[in-house]
Design a binder for this molecule. Structure first.
Ligand code: SF4
Length: 345
């Protein structure tokens, strides 16, 4: 007797399209955030992560710190002289009329404020210079499989140089692209560095995947050795390594595949990923309800046509959120809850 073999259903091929590292990390945080970021040209371009906006970048290079110290010190000195001059003139002419006395007095006080402002910046730069200069050369073991604590000064003393060339790295076979904001370089070794926002206290999976992706890109595109990445705490020279172990590599490739599946299902069937645990939405920028008037043009600026899910607390001001509009739901953002917003459209 012959039995008819039932064909084994094979998984459909994963469609090919480019994904940026930032978008991938959003998928790790929440699949809906990944789609929000993928469809948002600003996010899609991998240049919209919080660390990119940190104006404190010079703080990471001794040379730039010294420049910042000199510049702030010089401005403090100049404003100090002008402030002193104004106050002396104001004191001298106080008997000759109120108007000039007040003008010079106010000018002097304003310049005094600027003096304190720049003096404080100069002192801050000096303390940072001391902290970096007093460090001794030390670097993490590149073969370690567990995270290790690092200090920025120790890495600089060990000969690594920070670079912000913002070069886009691409890996054609996997259609992955990304731009590490900061890379520590020494000979053929390149270590991507990311800075956690103040709100993060722990190295979440989205940062680990981001590091794995950058190391992968640096190795593939820049032919560098990138055995680990660094995650720095916000406003600190302290951080820890994220070793790119076989397990992390596997996790990263798995997340990349999953992200492509989510995007493909959304594009072809409009199938939305399930919403995450409400706690995740509570502080998520995609779920933040924004006034309809002020933000109305946001979608059209991005050339995305989406009907709005309008929320109201019963007063005139109506609100909506990007995630709400895209997935036709009310994201449980903390503001939506605290303002008792209800869906009206
Ligand atoms: S609001 Fe919630 S569901 Fe929407 S992207 Fe943010 S975390 Fe995900």
């Amino acid at each position: 007797m012959t039995t008819k073999e039932t064909p084994v259903a094979s998984a459909p091929p994963i469609p090919a399209f480019w994904i940026g590292v930032h978008v991938l990390s959003q998928f790790v945080f929440c699949p809906r955030a990944g789609i929000n970021a993928f469809e948002n040209p600003q996010d899609f371009d991998d240049g919209n992560e919080e660390e990119a906006r940190l104006g404190a970048m010079p703080d990471f290079s001794l040379a730039l710190l010294k420049e910042a110290f000199q510049s702030a010190g010089f401005k403090a000195f100049l404003f100090g002289i002008v402030a002193g001059g104004c106050l002396v003139v104001a004191y001298t002419i106080r008997a000759y009329g109120l108007a000039p006395f007040v003008s010079f007095g106010i000018g002097g006080m304003l310049c005094m404020g600027a003096t304190f402002f720049y003096a404080e910046r100069a002192v801050q730069s000096l303390l940072q210079i001391r902290s970096l200069e007093n460090a001794t050369a030390k670097e993490p073991d590149p073969t370690s499989e567990v995270p290790m604590a690092i200090h920025w000064g120790e890495m600089l003393k060990a000969g690594f140089e920070p670079q912000w060339d913002r070069e886009r790295l691409v890996h054609e076979p996997e259609m992955l692209k990304g731009t590490p904001y900061l890379v520590l370089r020494r000979n053929g070794v390149q270590i991507p560095v990311i800075i956690m926002p103040e709100s993060s206290v722990k190295v979440h999976d989205k940062y680990r995947v981001r590091i794995a992706a950058y190391c992968h890109l640096l190795q593939a595109a820049a032919l560098a050795s990138s055995p680990y990445g660094i995650v720095l705490k916000a406003n600190s020279y302290e951080g820890e390594t994220v070793p790119v172990t076989a397990l992390l590599r596997q996790f990263f490739h798995g997340e990349l595949k999953k992200a492509r599946r989510f995007i493909a299902e959304w594009r072809t069937e409009r199938k939305a990923p399930s919403p995450p645990a409400p706690a995740l939405c509570s502080g998520c920028p995609f779920g933040e309800p924004k006034p309809v008037g002020g933000d109305e043009s946001a979608h059209s600026q991005m050339r995305i046509s989406m009907p709005m899910v309008i929320l109201s607390d019963g007063n005139l001001q109506t609100r909506h959120s990007e995630c709400g509009d895209r997935f036709n739901w009310v994201a449980p953002h903390e503001k939506t809850i605290s303002l008792s917003l209800k869906r009206i459209v």
